[in-house]
Each structure stands twice: as structure tokens, then as C-alpha cells.
Design a protein around this ligand. Structure first.
Ligand code: FAD
Length: 402
């Protein structure tokens, strides 16, 4: 197993590092303080897009570099170290593009990928969650029966689908140009068979944005409600051209390491800040890093970060070899989320009263780490899904560990 980056990966990592330092760092704290409705950094999106950061996972024939999981991890590690929101603004596009790249028909690729490629402000969203469908919108652990889970309906009418429903908590809801919606095409079937993916451009009549959510973290990365009222799209917008949940192909190509990569980057930022603070702040006649309990906290944080990063690189490496190992990816998600939240809280405490001052980045790290714990599925549901995978591996006589 070789974790050495290639020359091309190193070049992209350096580009991301410079972009983060020069373009994100100067605005990160002010974006965090602004209201959720006013703080979307369109200029940053345009600048990043010109450098290829918006379209990193598009295959070369569609104008990207087809970045694999390791390359994505290296870029997130740089961007999210400086600001998680700005990093997510770009990385959400990479994972959302994958639905069309891995799950779309040739006609859908021809129709949608050039739109993504050619417009510096073209962003994507993947609306699944609804007021009544949270963890049970997914099939990792649940397979919600008829009447539960996703209720946004898509009814076939000749050569069109008519869609009605309401989504909420949707990342890039108010900023995306293209949505990949999860809709119920068969209300008599469970989610695994009755839910399909529908590609719906934002400017389709009947699509509107409801409330924009005001959150404690990820302040510059917007989420909103999306309302669908008698929205009509041609049957050609059914992703993959067939009804039913997408195969795990779309989970590959980096999607499963996206959240833990952000968690570890923000934890690393928190630890760097805490070591610098503890190495300068004096109490009781010595710098506080020399007080045993502070030293032990910092050593524990360091250990958690190294362990989390080792898991992450291994999960990303596995993804590039044979497609994501779903059990390993879920374990990575769980570990990195819990570790990051613990590290961000421990390091905040090391700052004493300064830890809760709004002008200090350390409190932002904790808010971002907590928000991330809810942005995808929760780690509690990840644990249930992991145990389910373990059970099925055991029943199939497969080794538990990949
Ligand atoms: C910042 C942010 C960004 C988001 N972006 C998107 C997006 O782009 N697209 C999208 O579709 N969704 C998005 N979401 C929604 C997110 O996926 C959901 O919030 C998440 O899946 C949990 O759903 P819920 O909030 O309805 O909680 P619920 O599913 O109602 O869960 C509530 C609590 O119950 C627990 N729980 C649930 N089932 C069990 C069980 N069987 N055993 C034990 N505990 C259980 C959960 O862990 C949780 O603690 C986003 C959310 C946030 C906060």
C-alpha cells in the first residue's frame, strides 16, 4: 500500500493550498459571521471554478480531471483546514456530478455534463431529505415501507413525470442550477424499489425555494427547503433511464470519504491552533502545554488525528483499487466524526475564556464539526448500517474486514 501522492496529485494539492491561503482565509471568519441568506461567496466559486476546483471529478473528456478518492482527499485536506464551508461548496459538486457520471445514461451525460463544465457558477444539489423522511430516506440501514420514507411523488403521465412534494435541509438548495431529486415513483413499494432519481433543472416551472436554514456551523454553505408543485419533466430525466434506487456505483469515487475528510481537516486546524496557544499562554509560572492535563489532552488529540487520517487514507486507497469498501468507509465516517467533535471541544477548552469568543476561529471549528455530524446520516445510523453489513458478510461466509 503506497500512500505517496503522484506528481499530478501533489500539484493539485499545492494549488488547493494556495487557493485556501490566498482566497479563502481572508474571508472565512466574515462569511461565518454574516447571515445565512447573505453570505454565499459567488466570487470565490468563480475563482475556484477557473482553477478546476468546481469540476474536479468530471472525467477528462468532460473537462475535469476525473479526480479519484485520494486526490479529492488531498484537496479537501487543504481547503477544509482553512474553512469547511468553502470546501463543501466545491466538494458537494464533485459527489453530485458522480450521480450523472456513474448513474446517468449516455444521453443524460451529453445533455447535462457540458452545462456543468461550461458555467463557472453551475452547482448541483441532491435533495433527498423531507420533513418526514430523515434517516429512513436511505437504504443503508432502513428500507422504509410504503407510506414511510420519501413521499415526494413522481407520477408518470404519458412521456412525462409530474412531481409534487417538499424537501428540506438541502445543501446548495438555494444555489444549485441542477437538482438530482429522490422521488417515490412507486408508492406501493419500499424505498429500495419505489424510490428513483430524477434530474430537475432549477428553472423548471413549479420548482421554488422555501426557507433558507440558519445553522450554527457551515455558515457559508447554504441549505434550504425546495418545494415542487406539479413540476413536469420528460421521462428522459429519470436518472439511468430506469425506476428504482441507484446501485452502489454512485457511492464510489470518493463520496464516502467526503465527510470524514472534512472532519479530520477541521480537527487538524483545531489542534494546530491549540498547540500554538498552549505553547504561548503562561499560567502558574509555566506555559500551559507543560501542565500535565493540558499536555495529555493535546497528546490524545494528536493520537486521534493520526488514527483518523490513517483510516481515511486507507479508505480512499481502497476506493481507488476496487471501489469503496462500504464497511471500512462507514467505520471511517464514525471514527472521524466522533474524533473530530471530541478534538474540537477539547481544544476549545484549552483556550479558556478566549475559546468562546466569536472572533476566535476555535469556536467555529467546533460548530462546523458538530454541524457535519448531521449533514450526511448521523453516526448512530452509520453504526447500524455498519452492523448490518457485518451481519450480511458473516451470513455470506465472507471475512468481516476488507
Ligand atoms: C447541514 C446539513 C446539510 C444537509 N444536506 C443534505 C442534502 O444535501 N441532501 C439531503 O437529502 N439531506 C441533507 N441533510 C439532511 C440529513 O441527511 C439528515 O438531517 C439526516 O439524514 C438525519 O435525518 P433527520 O435530521 O430527519 O433525523 P432523524 O432521521 O429524524 O433522526 C433523529 C435522531 O434519531 C436517530 N435515529 C434514527 N433512527 C435511529 C435508529 N434506528 N436507532 C437509533 N437512533 C436512530 C438519529 O441518529 C438522530 O439522532 C442535511 C442536513 C444538515 C443538517
Amino acid at each position: 500500500m503506497d500512500f505517496e501522492l503522484t506528481e499530478e496529485q501533489r500539484a493539485i494539492q499545492n494549488l488547493a493550498c494556495e487557493f485556501a491561503r490566498n482566497e479563502i482565509q481572508p474571508i472565512a471568519m466574515s462569511l461565518d459571521l454574516a447571515s445565512a441568506k447573505e453570505n454565499f461567496p459567488w466570487e470565490l466559486v468563480k475563482k475556484g471554478s477557473k482553477l478546476g476546483l468546481r469540476t474536479l471529478t468530471l472525467p477528462p473528456e468532460w473537462g475535469g480531471i476525473g479526480a479519484d478518492a485520494i486526490t479529492q482527499l488531498a484537496v479537501i485536506d487543504e481547503l477544509a483546514y482553512v474553512d469547511v464551508s468553502c470546501s463543501k461548496i466545491f466538494s458537494k459538486n464533485w459527489t453530485a456530478c458522480r450521480y450523472i457520471i456513474a448513474g446517468g445514461t449516455e444521453e443524460q451525460k451529453e445533455r447535462f455534463l457540458p452545462l456543468i463544465r461550461d458555467n463557472d457558477t453551475y452547482l448541483l444539489a441532491t435533495p433527498g431529505t423531507e420533513p418526514g423522511a430523515g434517516a429512513d430516506k436511505d437504504t443503508g440501514y432502513y428500507d422504509a415501507p410504503p407510506g414511510e420514507g420519501i413521499m415526494t411523488s413522481a407520477k408518470r403521465k404519458g412521456d412525462r413525470y409530474v412531481i409534487n412534494g417538499r424537501k428540506h435541509f438541502i445543501s446548495h438548495g438555494p444555489t444549485a442550477s441542477l437538482y438530482i431529486f429522490r422521488v417515490r415513483t412507486d408508492p406501493s413499494a419500499p424505498v429500495s424499489k419505489g424510490v428513483s432519481y430524477m434530474v430537475i433543472p432549477r428553472d423548471t416551472p413549479g420548482v421554488s425555494i422555501g426557507a433558507i436554514h440558519d445553522k450554527i456551523g457551515w455558515r457559508a454553505y447554504p441549505q434550504s427547503e425546495i418545494i415542487l408543485e406539479n413540476v413536469e419533466v420528460p421521462v428522459e430525466n429519470l436518472l439511468g433511464g430506469k425506476e428504482g434506487y441507484l446501485n452502489p456505483g454512485v457511492a464510489r469515487g470518493g463520496r464516502m470519504i467526503e465527510v470524514p475528510a472534512h472532519q479530520m481537516a477541521v480537527a487538524r486546524a483545531a489542534l494546530d491552533a491549540a498547540v500554538a496557544y498552549a505553547g504561548g499562554r503562561r499560567q502558574g509560572g509555566k506555559i500551559i502545554i507543560q501542565h500535565q492535563s493540558v499536555a495529555q489532552d493535546l497528546a490524545e488529540c494528536y493520537t486521534l488525528i493520526e488514527a483518523g487520517r490513517a483510516l481515511l487514507w486507507r479508505a480512499a486507497w481502497a476506493d481507488t483499487q476496487k471501489g469503496a469498501d462500504r464497511a471500512l468507509s462507514r467505520a471511517t465516517h464514525i471514527f472521524c466524526t466522533e474524533a473530530s467533535q471530541k478534538i474540537c471541544l477539547t481544544t476549545l477548552r484549552i483556550f479558556g475564556g478566549y475559546g468562546v469568543m466569536r472572533e476566535m476561529p476555535i469556536q467555529k471549528y467546533l460548530r462546523d464539526a458538530l454541524t457535519m455530524g448531521h449533514g450526511e446520516s448521523t453516526e448512530r445510523v452509520q453504526k447500524l448500517a455498519l452492523a448490518k453489513l457485518m451481519e450480511s458478510r458473516f451470513k455470506a461466509g465472507m471475512p468481516l474486514l476488507g
